[in-house]
Each structure stands twice: as structure tokens, then as C-alpha cells.
Design a protein around this ligand. Structure first.
Ligand code: ZN
Length: 565
């Protein structure tokens, strides 16, 4: 098999796609027996595989170099045509749901794809195609704006990801200046960001109204294929976090303040966990990949096969460089059955976390590539984040390979940060509920709401003398808020599930790994709460689920003498 850079890219020809699709759809609706109908479904899925492979490949190459005009045009092509492909898929779903052989098809394909088809049909009508195209273009505008940042700092021009390395600087004034320079980019672009976000809120609300919803909230949930919970369950989850987790996190921040010997913790101190500096990987990107090879070889036979495949085909783009989009993600190119990991290595512990987190996603897609039904390649995002976040815990015993003598320090930090993240995550979620329940709110009102919500979940956050951040503008840097509304809570739900895996591996590692593997192999063939049950985990919405993991972790953290780090 070819290496990633040799994967052939071909832009789908829309007129051929439409023709092939119409023929297959006709075949599907007119088939006189279930075998013929299933054959038509396979033809449609083969065509989808081709389009999805090219779209994934085009978009990956665009994010690797956002200024390459060829893939910029290809990315724009998908922004424009994805809604058209979606329209075809909804026609297919209509035919699927209405099939007179439905019960036989459910036997062959599983019932879940029918549930997903019904959800998609509720969230799409051809009348919203133009709005979806506008939404896609606005999302791309945000990505490009963020990627365009050129910050002159410490004698070099840097992008936003590269600036983050300074957030952990030992020198307090250096990290303060780094935060200010980073924040300055958002202050400078505040008008553009406000306008962009306002347009996104308006177009999303408009689509929701056209589909018969009062506001975007239920549509946002449907677009994430959530089939077994609504915003009231999520609100109950946030309440558990406020009650059971916020006080614990405040305690951890107080411990950090003492370690750092500071009179007060400011926002620019939060990322520095120790006076001796945070744990850092002891080598460059290539060295890190070499260590990861050993780790996955020793972890399990399944991870060994998987990671060898990734390395042999160069299915990574790891290091931060100019013009590259921000963040990290995992994608999948179905044609080659190839996961792909994208990240922005910057010399911090985050580099290793990418190879545990994104590799967790990649491992799951690799385990689920066997499904014929493309909908089952991966589940909804909250379930996906269980794969990635639990992999971060499964790799704990190998952290010495990357951090050498700083291994214990890394694990202490990782565990602390995993807990500290959750109140922030629910803030982002509550903010988005405010935004879409109040689509007429002005940018100022939104910022006020952000500050109010932040005060509830992150009571110790102190923006010091930064007037811009004090007005409630931190959220501008949180790409998910622009890109995929209501996605963010998924990290926190999954976080509670991943903690459960960690508890389990502390008791019985073999069992925990078997449950995890089973979860990865189930891919997206079931809904979130069914997957949680299959993996032997507690439903995170149920009262007491947050408290049950938090107390165990807090005990573990309290048993560690962090003053020696
Ligand atoms: Zn993830």
C-alpha cells in the first residue's frame, strides 16, 4: 500500500455522482427482492466511500498547508458540495426507511442505521442547502483567520499554536507577555470575530426555524446524531459537575498556588504546574514516534499492528509550521482503510498526549474499518472521546519512555488537568445553550453571559489587569464554539467514562483492556448510552456518577507528595 503522500486525490465529478446515485436509488426503490435492494445499497455506499475518501484527503491536505491554492480550492469545493451530498444521502435514507423489506434489511444492517437515518431526516430539508453552504464558508473563515495569526514574539514570528509553548514558561513575566500577545490577536480581530459568530448564530437559527424548531438547540443535538438524551440530561450533568467537581478543582488550584509560591493565581499561571517546570518529552518528533512504537508494541498485539500500519504509511503530520491549521484531529480515509493523525507539536507534554489521544481515535477507526455500513465507522463524538481519553490512561505505564525521570510529574499533571478540564468544558456548553436560546443577544450580552458562566464553574479564574479578557472574551479562542455547536460537552461526558476505565484498570487491567477493545470494535453500531453499557461503564448523566470517580481520583492525587516535583 502507498504512503500518505502518494494517496491519489481525484475531485469527484458532481454530474457523474448525481447520475450514478439516481440510478442506484431507482434500483433501491424498485427492487423486487431484498437481495437486489441490498445490492443497490452497496452501490450507494461504495459511491459514498469514494466521495468521503476524497473529501477527507482534500481537507487533510488543506489543513496541513492552508495557503496551498490547490487544496484551498478543493476545501471550498467540499464546503459548497457537502450539502448536496447530504441531500443525496437523505434521499437514500428516505428510501431506506420506507423500504418494504425493512425488517430483513435491519437483520442485515442492524437497527441503528435506521435510527440515524430518521435523525438525519429530521435535521435536513433541501430548503436549507444554501444556509448550510453559508455556514460552511463561515466556519472555514474562522479556521483561516486563526491560521493567519502572525505574532512577533521573542524575536520570531509565530502562530497561535506555537505561542502556547510559552504559556508554561518558568519566567512569570514571559508567560504573562505570551498570554497578552496571544490574546492581543483576538482583541485586534474582535469585530471580525463578533460579526462572524453573529452570522453563524443567525444562519443556524434560521435553519432551525425552517425545519420547524423553536431555536437551534434541538437541531444542534440532532446534527450530532444524539439519539438517547436531550438538553435536560446535559443540564443535570452540569449540575453534578458544579456540585461535586468544582470544589475539588478549586482545591487543586490552591495546591498549585502553594507549589508555585504565589500570593495569587492569575490566568497566566494556570498552565505552569511546577516551579521546576512542567514535564517535557525528552526528544523531538521522530524520537517521540520511536518511543510510541515501543509503547504500542508492548501495550497489546492489537495496538502493535495498528501503530506499525500508521508508521509504515506515514499517516501523521505532527509538527507545527507556518500556514498549518491549528489544533489536532484524527481523520479516516476509507479507500485506504487509513486513519490519519494531525497535530501541532510544540515541544510540550501535549505532543505525547496527541500520540495517546488522537491515536485512541485512530485505533478505534482501525478496529471498526470492517463494518460494511459506513455509518458504523465511528459513533457519536461523546463515545469517540471515550476511545481517545481512555487510551491516554491505558498508556500511563509507558510514560517513562517519553518523560524519563519526570514520568510521575507528567502523570500527576495529566490527571489534574483531566479533572480541571471538566468545569471549563461545561462552561463552554452552558454558554452555547445561552447563545442559541437567545439568538438575538448582542455580542456584549454574549460576553457578559460567558463571564457569568465562567464565574460559576471556574470561580478562581483571575484575568488580572487584562481588560479585554475581563469583559468575557476568552471563548473566542475555543474553535469548537464556532465550528461544531454543542460538541464540547462530549469531552466532559467521555472524561467521566475514561476515568471509570482508569478506575477499572487499577483493579483489573486485563479486563479493562478487553472492555475497551470491545468498545472500539463496536464502532458506531450503537447509540452512546448503549455503548457505555456494552463497555460496562456507568451512565454519566445519572446522579452520583461524577461523584463516584472524582472521590477516587482526589484520593489518588492527595496521596502524592507534589512538593517534591
Ligand atoms: Zn478527541
Amino acid at each position: 500500500m502507498a504512503k500518505f503522500r502518494e494517496f491519489e486525490y481525484r475531485r469527484p465529478d458532481i454530474s457523474i455522482v448525481k447520475e450514478t446515485f439516481s440510478a442506484a436509488l431507482k434500483e433501491l426503490t424498485e427492487a423486487e427482492n431484498v437481495e437486489r435492494q441490498y445490492e443497490a445499497i452497496r452501490n450507494i455506499n461504495a459511491m459514498r466511500k469514494e466521495i468521503e475518501s476524497m473529501s477527507a484527503l482534500g481537507r487533510i491536505r488543506h489543513t496541513i498547508d492552508t495557503i496551498d491554492p490547490f487544496y484551498e480550492a478543493e476545501n471550498a469545493f467540499y464546503d459548497e458540495n457537502d450539502p448536496i451530498f447530504l441531500e443525496m444521502i437523505t434521499q437514500y435514507y428516505q428510501a431506506l426507511i420506507g423500504s418494504k423489506y425493512r425488517s430483513e434489511l435491519e437483520q442485515k444492517m442492524g437497527k441503528h442505521v435506521f435510527d440515524l437515518a430518521e435523525i438525519t431526516l429530521k435535521s435536513f430539508k433541501p430548503e436549507i442547502i444554501a444556509d448550510m453552504q453559508e455556514e460552511n464558508a463561515l466556519r472555514t473563515e474562522y479556521t483561516k483567520l486563526i491560521a493567519s495569526a502572525k505574532i512577533q514574539f521573542e524575536g520570531e514570528e509565530r502562530n497561535l499554536s506555537q505561542m502556547r509553548a510559552f504559556f508554561q514558561a518558568h519566567d512569570r513575566s514571559l508567560r504573562k507577555r505570551a498570554y497578552e500577545a496571544h490574546t492581543h490577536f483576538f482583541a485586534e480581530n474582535q469585530k471580525t470575530l463578533d460579526t462572524l459568530f453573529d452570522q453563524l448564530v443567525k444562519v443556524r437559527t434560521h435553519m432551525a426555524n425552517k425545519l420547524g424548531f423553536e431555536n437551534f438547540v434541538p437541531l444542534g443535538y440532532l446534527k450530532l446524531n444524539r439519539s438517547d438524551y436531550d438538553h435536560t440530561r446535559v443540564a443535570n450533568f452540569r449540575k453534578q459537575v458544579e456540585k461535586d467537581l468544582v470544589p475539588v478543582v478549586s482545591g487543586l488550584i490552591e495546591r498549585q498556588r502553594k507549589r508555585l509560591g504565589l500570593p495569587e493565581m492569575k490566568y497566566y499561571d494556570e498552565r505552569l504546574k511546577f516551579l521546576s517546570g512542567n514535564a517535557k518529552p525528552k526528544g523531538d518528533a521522530n524520537w517521540i514516534v520511536e518511543q510510541a512504537k515501543q509503547m504500542y508494541r508492548e501495550l497489546s498485539p492489537e495496538t502493535h499492528t495498528f501503530f506499525t500500519f500508521m508508521a509504515d504509511h506515514d499517516l501523521f503530520d505532527l509538527v507545527s509550521k507556518k500556514g498549518k491549521a491549528a489544533g489536532g484531529y484524527c481523520s479516516f480515509i476509507a479507500e485506504h482503510r487509513a486513519p490519519f493523525i494531525f497535530s501541532n507539536f510544540n515541544g510540550t507534554s501535549g505532543d505525547v498526549e496527541v500520540l495517546t489521544h488522537e491515536a485512541g481515535h485512530a485505533f478505534q477507526t482501525y478496529c471498526s474499518a470492517h463494518f460494511e455500513v459506513p455509518e458504523y465507522l465511528y459513533p457519536t463524538y461523546e463515545a469517540c472521546e471515550i476511545h481517545s481519553m481512555s487510551m491516554e490512561f491505558f498508556t500511563y505505564p509507558w510514560m517513562k519512555l517519553f518523560f524519563l525521570e519526570e514520568e510521575a510529574k507528567f502523570r500527576f499533571t495529566h490527571l489534574t488537568e483531566a479533572l480541571e478540564f471538566i468545569p471549563y468544558g461545561v462552561s463552554v456548553d452552558e454558554f452555547q445553550h445561552f447563545v442559541y436560546e437567545n439568538p438575538e443577544a448582542t455580542p456584549e450580552e454574549r460576553n457578559t453571559a460567558w463571564r457569568r458562566i465562567e464565574n460559576k464553574y471556574l470561580p478562581l479564574r483571575d484575568y488580572d489587569d487584562n481588560a479585554f479578557l475581563n469583559t468575557g472574551t476568552w471563548w473566542y479562542r475555543q474553535g469548537h464554539i464556532f465550528d461544531v455547536p454543542f460538541y464540547y460537552i462530549d469531552y466532559t461526558l467521555a472524561g467521566i467514562c475514561a476515568f471509570q476505565f482508569w478506575l477499572k484498570m487499577n483493579r483489573d487491567r486485563g479486563r479493562a483492556w478487553q472492555d475497551y477493545l470491545h468498545l472500539c470494535q463496536l464502532g458506531g453500531s450503537q447509540s452512546f448510552l448503549s455503548l457505555v453499557a456494552e463497555a460496562g461503564l456507568k451512565n454519566p448523566f445519572e446522579d452520583g456518577s461524577v461523584a463516584s470517580v472524582v472521590s477516587f481520583i482526589n484520593e489518588q492525587l492527595n496521596a502524592i507528595d507534589d512538593s517534591k516535583f
